[in-house]
Design a protein around this ligand. Structure first.
Ligand code: NCD
Length: 391
């Protein structure tokens, strides 16, 4: 909806429902309208908590032996991963029939979820929203700080705390590293802690993407013995790509996995992940020679250059052709090699590759909805009725 509104910088402007500010010439202004600077309050104890090693923090996001908030990939162990993949598979099967769908829809109609997605998202947002619909939850959404009281200066922590007054689950995506962790840390100290699911926190982590990646790999390898013993290449911007970071953490749960990090020098995987892999005795190799890795691996996980985190996105290259997967490469990879990509794709995978049965990324995208439905069922202890369907 577009309607006339106020004057801005002495020009008559119109504001659309997303409150993007446009002049009458149709030029978009650089900044969103803001009435006040964001309030930054001191949260005593937060800095100390944030600085702790993740292993020491996991307990804080756990309740009665079950995961309560989903913040880091390091929270998942093999038992949980196998269980969630099984549950996703069951939900998927039930979702195919009218009767099964009805049963699922009646599992959580008394629960409400908040999708707080203030960083661009298509797949994570839609898959979470549809996962909620599958289980009967109602969903509210905020898709930009410009439409919340944050324009009045409210702190993100207070904004999140407000959601907890109305809903039973918060799913958050934010451009800041540590955002989901801080909000669940704040909420867990209130009278109404509600679970927080991290839908992506800056260049830091994307744990539910890692869940769907594992689910996809296990499905793609169902005829070749599953993920154990497999060689996986991760390609592209490994420095700022949160998906490859979270997925790397999960490798500790699988036997005899070997990783190949293929990235331009400037986007090499960061040391924290490499140190983690060394501590876990997971072999990894680093190279810029993508073609040499292609025939060696069972899966190739492609990623795009994450220009949004660049200090100067206007001068940074958006594409590194040596790290693209092209149609001609299909003859170089194993017959069973799975090609994954968290998407969105730019030029990393030629569209002609999509038709090859090894191109798993569109299946991977859909898997996200089923595994997220499984996760929400788990968070609300609603799995029993699903398991009973198959007993
Ligand atoms: C990824 C993300 O947002 O980190 N996308 C997604 O969630 N499917 C990958 C990306 O944006 O490159």
């Amino acid at each position: 909806m577009v309607f006339p509104f106020l004057t801005h910088k002495n020009k008559f402007v119109i504001v659309n429902s997303q409150t993007k500010i446009r002049s009458l010439e149709g030029k978009e202004e650089d900044k969103m309208e803001k009435y006040a600077e964001q309030t930054i309050q001191l949260y005593e104890g937060w800095e100390e908590f944030y600085a702790k090693p993740i292993d020491e923090k996991i307990e804080f996001f756990t309740l009665k032996g079950r995961l309560f908030d989903i913040i880091f990939a390091q929270q998942f162990d093999r038992q949980f991963l196998d269980y969630l993949c099984k549950l996703a598979e069951m939900i998927r099967i039930m979702g195919k029939t009218k009767m099964g769908h009805e049963k699922l829809r009646h599992l959580l109609p008394h629960k409400r979820a908040m999708l707080y997605f203030v960083q661009p998202s298509t797949r994570t947002y839609l898959s979470f929203q549809n996962a909620c619909y599958i289980l009967g939850l109602s969903v509210s959404e905020i898709r930009g700080t410009a439409t919340s009281s944050e324009v009045k200066g409210e702190s993100p922590e207070d904004t999140i705390r407000t959601f907890a007054s109305y809903v039973d689950l918060i799913i958050a995506r934010h451009s800041e590293a540590g955002f989901a962790e801080k909000t669940s840390w704040v909420l867990n100290q209130t009278e109404r802690p509600v679970p927080v699911l991290n839908g992506g926190s800056g260049p830091d982590q994307h744990p539910t993407q890692a869940l769907l990646d594992i689910y996809t790999l296990e499905r793609e390898f169902r005829n070749t013995g599953g993920l154990d013993g497999k060689k996986i290449a991760m390609v592209g911007d490994l420095k700022r790509g949160r998906t490859v970071r979270s997925l790397s953490y999960l490798m500790k749960n699988y036997k005899d996995v070997e990783l190949y990090y293929v990235a331009p020098e400037v986007f090499k995987m960061k040391d924290d992940i490499k140190e983690f892999l060394s501590r876990q005795n997971i072999p990894y190799h680093e190279t810029e020679d993508f073609e040499s890795v292609m025939p060696l691996v069972d899966a190739i996980y492609m990623t795009r250059i994450q220009n949004e985190y660049s200090e100067d996105p206007r001068t940074e290259s958006e594409t590194y052709p040596a790290f693209h997967f092209k149609k001609e490469h299909l003859s170089r990879i194993h017959a069973h090699c799975a090609i994954l990509h968290p998407l969105p794709r730019r030029y990393e995978i030629e569209v002609a590759v999509d038709k090859d049965p090894r191109a798993a990324y569109w299946r991977q995208e859909r898997n996200g909805m089923w595994i997220r439905a499984a996760l929400i069922a788990y968070v609300f202890h609603a799995e029993q009725e699903i398991l009973e369907e198959f007993s």
